[in-house]
Design a protein around this ligand. Structure first.
Ligand code: MG
Length: 355
């Protein structure tokens, strides 16, 4: 089987509500749909969702790098995923989002060609996963109301964006905990917004409020800071922006800098590298989470299939599908609150309007 053509198509979505995180307020997302066709008539779809604050790329670079890499991949077997990544990496460092978009399209084709859902192609046998849902930074009362509305919809794990002054941040969690009760799991993402000292101080208060995990409290480069915090608190410490590659994962593991690593397809360049990161962490006894970067149904589904197939992906944070308004790609999974069941359809399994 050979790749015959790769097309890149810009798509825009609005968030249901603006999503405020420590470093930005995000109102809409522009992503790139990757459409890959083969000489055997199989079409694969991928999604590249650049997020310049974290990945350093944007839609313009995604399209131009994608067109350049795309030319080099014509004629290659999309199932030869190691060879595809070697070509992409030989041409461009970084650029995780477009590499992920191409990687996902290749896996979609490979699983369709094998006639199985992607999670089975990746070695899994259980189509069920359980995701959290994220609420953005706002006034404490508004965040509590937001959390309550998700709990009313059946979600049992709430991820809360923080990363401002720690007194207000602690008040936000107090308000949410009072509103949702003690049975709901609450985890925090500070998106690099705190200092080491502030994190150690607030982690005591957050532990009392039943928070079990703090993600990326300090700047992405500060691996020593993460380790210092991890050794000073009972709350689990997770790396997100600090882990883009197998090399980051390896360093975090050897330094024993964190308790959990949050893998994102758009940071690491797709499923192929995500599997490697999960394995590196598994070898070091570090469980992984899989998160998302504002991608739509398609990108979220790729992560869901990977999570369903990968033992060491223990936590799932694939929720942009619930907070973006988008209609051109749909299906692929059913959900009851955060409990997801993947469809038993070949490949990623979503329906692309007009295809
Ligand atoms: Mg994060």
């Amino acid at each position: 089987m050979k790749i015959k053509d790769i097309q890149f198509e810009v798509r825009s979505f609005r968030f249901e509500e603006p999503m405020k995180v420590a470093f930005a307020t995000i109102v809409d997302m522009e992503t790139c749909l990757v459409r890959m066709t083969t000489d055997e008539g199989i079409t694969g779809f991928g999604e590249a969702a650049p997020f310049s604050y974290v990945t350093g790329d944007n839609l313009e670079t995604v399209i131009s790098v994608g067109n350049d890499i795309g030319k080099a991949l014509i004629g290659m077997d999309p199932r030869a995923i190691g060879a595809i990544h070697r070509v992409m990496d030989s041409m461009y460092a970084g650029n995780g989002a477009i590499k992920a978009g191409i990687d996902i399209a290749c896996y979609d084709i490979a699983a369709k060609s094998a006639g199985v859902p992607l999670y089975k192609y990746l070695g899994g046998d259980d189509p069920h996963i359980h995701s959290d849902v994220t609420i953005g930074i706002n006034e404490p009362g508004a965040m509590a109301a937001d959390a309550k509305s998700w709990v009313d919809k059946g979600f049992e794990i709430i991820k809360v964006k923080l990363g401002e002054d720690i007194a207000t941040d602690a008040e936000r969690i107090r308000a949410i905990r009072e509103t949702v009760g003690s049975d709901i799991k609450i985890r925090i993402d500070a998106n690099q917004g705190w200092s080491i000292k502030d994190t150690v101080i607030i982690s005591r208060r957050l532990a009392e409020l039943g928070v079990d995990l703090i993600e990326q409290p300090v700047r992405d480069f500060d691996f020593e800071g993460l380790r210092e915090i991890k050794n000073s608190t009972d709350v689990l410490i997770a790396a997100d922006e600090s882990c883009h590659s197998i090399h980051d994962a390896s360093r975090l593991a050897s330094m024993r800098a964190v308790d959990v690593v949050n893998i994102k397809l758009m940071k690491c360049g797709g499923i192929y590298n995500a599997i490697k990161i999960a394995a590196i962490c598994e070898g070091a006894g570090i469980p992984c989470m899989i998160g998302c970067m504002g991608e739509s149904t398609l990108g979220n589904l790729a992560g869901m299939h990977l999570a369903a197939a990968t033992d060491n992906i223990k936590e799932v944070d694939l929720d942009s599908v619930y907070i973006l308004k988008q209609e051109d790609v749909y299906g692929g999974f059913d959900h009851c609150g955060g409990h997801v069941t993947l469809w038993d359809a070949p490949g990623i399994g979503c329906i692309v309007k007009g295809e």
